[in-house]
Design a protein around this ligand. Structure first.
Ligand code: IPM
Ligand code: MG
Length: 360
């Protein structure tokens, strides 16, 4: 039976990179018999411009019915003056929360071909392979109460709430543990238990859940130290699990270790493995429309989609191998270029991946 993928290009470089990923899916259909249907819908600023809302009801309905969602990126300066309730980012946050996508997997892998592109010394990052598991539907991103209020003095005060129930912590820690079982069996839970009660509870629940995984070594680290360790000695980590906001910050940091944020895919999964897949970089308005964006993170997101939501591990491997062979051939978008490589644009890079897939 054919599976349904909802394509959400979004804003900025989103449409450019997503069309390269769609080329890859079409190639898998044509050459390898992948059975998928694709629909496209609006999200983010593009949706706001067309309908007045960053997550139109029709898009949400499509997303609910799809087997998987592939998203480009949302946001841009054009929409920054809007009220926070209708900003493009709300479209993304709404999808995560409405679809119950609580488990965000952000692998940070250093491709050996790109060791030179990292700002860290090659010996610090070579062989790097970290999986960051970020809680995605709770914490301070969604906690109530929130807002900006005016005090009697006339001064304004902004406030947000960091809040986690035991069950929310338990399920994300178990996702991290299950992933670790298929890797090096080490999980580092990141919190700020020395200051924040909420993450003191996080640590307690993590320890309890970890007790069910005697084969996994569970450690705990404060977030400030974790940020430092990520740039000091990143290879000490196997799987990291953390809150929504800490995960947002640490995953950008981990991404940069690999040389380019333009290389990293992500998966956001619900309880049943349904997922939304997106590159972890944003909409990059500064380069949008110029054909400079790196489509590989989105193409690698397709690989994650095939593996986690479509149960097509072989197709996923084909895509990953095609990306590898394109990197081997020396082609680079500007973000990962270094002396001696051949600089190409967005669509040339997509075409090269398709060609490698066809040749495999
Ligand atoms: C991310 C992004 C989003 C987040 C923004 C665009 C809302 O930074 O996916 O990491 O903060 O989660
Ligand atoms: Mg982020």
């Amino acid at each position: 039976m054919s599976k349904n993928i909802l394509i959400l290009p979004g804003d900025g470089i989103g449409p450019e990179i997503v069309s390269e990923a769609v080329k890859v899916l079409v190639c898998l259909q044509d050459v390898y018999g992948l059975e998928v249907d694709m629909d496209e819908a609006l999200v983010g600023g593009a949706a706001y411009d067309a309908t007045g809302h960053p997550l139109p009801e029709a898009t949400l309905q499509y997303a609910r019915e799809a087997d998987a969602v592939l998203l480009g990126a949302v946001g841009g300066p054009k929409w920054e003056p809007l009220d926070i309730s209708v900003r493009p980012e709300k479209g993304l946050l709404g999808l995560r929360s409405e679809l119950g996508l609580f488990a965000n997997l952000r692998p940070a892998i250093l491709y050996p071909q790109l060791a030179e592109a990292s700002t860290l010394k090659p010996e610090v990052v070579s062989g790097l392979d970290i999986m960051i598991v970020r809680e995605l539907t709770g914490g301070i991103y969604f906690g109530q109460p929130r807002g900006v209020r005016e005090l009697e003095s006339g001064e304004k005060e902004g406030y947000n709430t960091l809040i986690y129930r035991e069950s929310e912590v338990d399920r994300i820690v178990r996702v991290a543990m299950d992933i670790a079982m298929k890797r090096d069996r080490r999980v580092c839970s990141v919190d700020k238990a020395n200051v924040l009660e909420c993450t003191e509870l996080w640590r307690e629940v993590a320890t309890r859940a970890g007790g069910d995984y005697p084969d996994v070594e569970l450690s705990h680290m404060y977030v400030d130290n974790a940020a430092m360790q990520l740039v000091r000695a990143p290879k000490q980590f196997d799987v990291m699990v953390t809150t929504n906001m800490f995960g947002d910050i640490l995953s950008d940091c981990a991404a940069m270790l690999t040389g380019s944020i333009g290389m990293l895919p992500s998966a956001s999964l619900d309880e049943n493995g349904k997922g939304m897949y997106e590159p972890i970089h944003g909409s990059a308005p500064d380069i949008s429309g110029k054909g400079l964006a790196n489509p590989l993170a989105t193409i690698l997101s397709v690989a994650m989609l095939l593996r986690y939501s479509l149960d097509e591990p072989q197709m996923a491997e084909r895509v990953e191998q095609a990306v590898n062979s394109v990197l081997d051939s020396g082609l680079r978008t500007p973000d990962i270029a270094s002396p001696g490589t051949v600089e190409v644009g967005t669509s040339e890079m997509g075409d090269a991946v398709v060609k490698a897939l066809q040749a495999a």
